[in-house]
Design a protein around this ligand. Structure first.
Ligand code: DGP
Length: 132
């Protein structure tokens, strides 16, 4: 059983922030940002491609509730949301999770990735990737 499934069923301890029928939210162990939170579906799914739409919707609804709580009641003024889905995307725990990083002005965090320009052919990329 995966470590996040063990957290949901209580086999492993966690600092639980919120729980409902379909989702569970707890503090990330990394201690890299105050209040770094993970929101997960109770039904195991590896990543965003594998989760059911219903579970993903439930996860995002919980993400919104928690973000609002952090801003309305906990002294934060914004949040970053992050997700890694797949090995190539640097996912390290293979149970879908959305990271919530609570933010406040002057917190010293820089969570937005810096990526070099690729000088890509946008027309070619568009032809390859469009869905309709
Ligand atoms: P990712 O790299 O996006 O798959 O993020 C995995 C996160 O899970 C990472 O920020 C650390 C966190 N994590 C790993 N193991 C545990 C654990 O046992 N407890 C808690 N609370 N968080 C964990």
């Amino acid at each position: 059983m995966c470590i996040f499934c063990k957290i949901i069923n209580g086999e492993l301890p966690s600092y639980k922030i919120y729980e409902d029928e379909k989702t569970y939210a707890f503090l990330d162990i990394s201690d890299d940002a105050i209040g770094h939170t993970l929101v997960i579906p109770k039904v195991h799914a590896e990543n965003i491609m594998e989760a059911s739409e219903e579970d993903l919707n439930a996860v995002m609804s919980t993400v919104r509730k928690i973000a609002k709580h952090y801003v309305d009641n906990c002294g934060f003024t914004g949040v970053n949301l992050m997700n890694a889905s797949g090995v190539s995307a640097q996912q390290s725990v293979f149970h879908l999770h959305i990271h919530i990083i609570p933010r406040v002005e002057g917190d010293g965090l820089d969570t937005w990735p810096k990526m070099d320009k690729k000088n890509a052919d946008l027309q070619a990329i568009y032809e390859k990737m469009k869905m309709m």
